[in-house]
Write a protein that binds this ligand. Structure first.
Ligand code: SF4
Length: 400
């Protein structure tokens, strides 16, 4: 089972791979359904693909916008340019895009979750049309996924396991287009489903009746976030080929932690499945330390506990302070000598420690009391020595 992580930009691509992803998905500015994800220039994409391939990892390129005729020429040119970089697959939703790519290159094509594939006949049809993988609709249960895999073994199956969910069939929603002029099917959803709504009687124009659950209001369409870690073993046993983490607009910290946690879980499943049960509480606790809405196993377990009514805000228990690479900490948020902190490693493990000393740029360089954003620093921790062999790590602190 492959672990597929989001790569909103070049740094996130490298972090995802260094923290354990087998493959990443990335988009270019146009035709990728995440207009605000940062995305890649062609030069950055080339660097990212080289970075991944030199480590035997894969890069899939999302081109999953629904196309208009006046965009076809540019789409063909984009495909031709990206094909020269030899990515491992294109991800598309529009059957026309599949057809164009099949005519022009042998690079595999995956069918995006935006295509809403919910049964084995549709999966088989896409296989006949030249796709090699289906990213199933998020609205399916474990049982349905198992049935699709059984009846359409000729095509790979990819399933979302973590991240934000839509209250519509992924993106098939007009709320954001209508209320904000931002089209979810063209990558610019404003998440209008999570806004605060009122009730109005037709003869009392302008009189807004709050439909309150509490003083903050009611978020009637606000979906919880997906976390399929508790049922990962079932997906594995169902023969799912790839599990995907959502979040190309999420932070480097989110990418690092979610990737390392699912990596550890998959490795345990493959090698010591009985240990995964023991470690599950610890791994779930790690997922609790990234920014998220309350978690649910979503449609996978056919529960109806999918909406979160009290608020649409994220839960943020920890602050991301710095990321470690090649012996140096790159600082994102300030921290000080004496701070109680946590280190999170690419093996999915975390330890508590304290900051004893900070040097600017290099060990025994200028000693400083506070590390500020964009500083590159060396840090001494209590009872812990971090060497270059710790290729990657995250520094974080509990929010008070
Ligand atoms: S507004 Fe909400 S339901 Fe609609 S596409 Fe965006 S996230 Fe999905």
């Amino acid at each position: 089972m492959e672990l597929l992580s989001p790569a909103g930009n070049l740094e996130k691509l490298q972090v995802a791979i260094d923290f354990g992803a087998d493959a990443v998905y990335a988009g270019v500015k146009k035709f990728s359904l995440r207009e605000r994800a940062g995305n890649f220039t062609i030069e950055e994409l080339e660097k990212g693909i080289n970075y991944a391939h030199s480590r035997n990892k894969k890069v899939y390129i999302t081109l999953n916008s629904f196309l208009r005729d006046n965009e076809l020429k540019e789409f063909r040119a984009t495909v031709d340019t990206i094909a020269t970089l030899k990515p491992d697959a294109f991800i598309v939703a529009d059957p026309g895009a599949l057809s164009i790519i099949r005519e022009r290159t042998d690079i595999p094509v995956h069918i995006s979750t935006q295509a809403n594939v919910t049964n084995s006949e549709t999966a088989k049809l896409y296989r006949r049309l030249g796709a090699t993988r289906i990213v199933l609709a998020r609205e399916l249960s474990l049982k349905e996924i198992e049935t699709i895999k059984k009846h359409a073994p000729e095509i790979e199956i990819e399933v979302f396991v973590h991240g934000a969910m839509c209250m519509a069939y992924s993106g098939r929603c007009l709320l954001s287009s209508f209320l904000a002029g931002r089209d979810p099917n063209r990558g610019s959803c404003a998440q209008s489903c999570r806004w605060k709504y009122y009730l109005m009687e037709e003869n009392r124009k302008g009189e807004l009746y709050p439909i309150e659950e509490d003083s903050k209001g009611t978020y009637i369409f606000n979906s919880k976030d997906l976390c399929a870690l508790p049922v990962l073993e079932k997906l594995y046993k169902a023969g799912v080929d790839s599990v995907k983490i959502e979040g190309r607009v999420k932070s480097v910290y989110y990418v690092a932690v979610t990737t390392a946690v699912y990596r550890r879980a998959i490795d345990l499943l493959k090698n010591k499945p009985e240990k995964l049960k023991q470690e599950l509480p610890e791994l779930l606790a790690e997922l609790d330390k990234v920014s998220h809405r309350p978690y649910t196993t979503g449609f996978l377990t056919e529960n109806d506990d999918l909406q979160h009514y009290p608020t649409s805000s994220y839960i943020r228990k920890y602050k991301f302070l710095a990321i470690f690479k090649n012996g140096i900490w790159e600082v994102r948020n300030p921290f000080h000598v004496g701070d109680e902190v946590e280190l999170f490693f690419s093996n999915g493990r975390a330890i508590k420690t304290k900051i004893m000393k900070i040097w600017k740029s290099k060990k025994n360089g200028e000693a400083i009391e506070t590390a500020h954003p964009n500083f590159k620093v060396v840090v001494d921790f209590k009872n812990l020595s971090l060497s270059d062999k710790h290729n990657r790590a995250i520094l974080r602190k509990r929010n008070i």
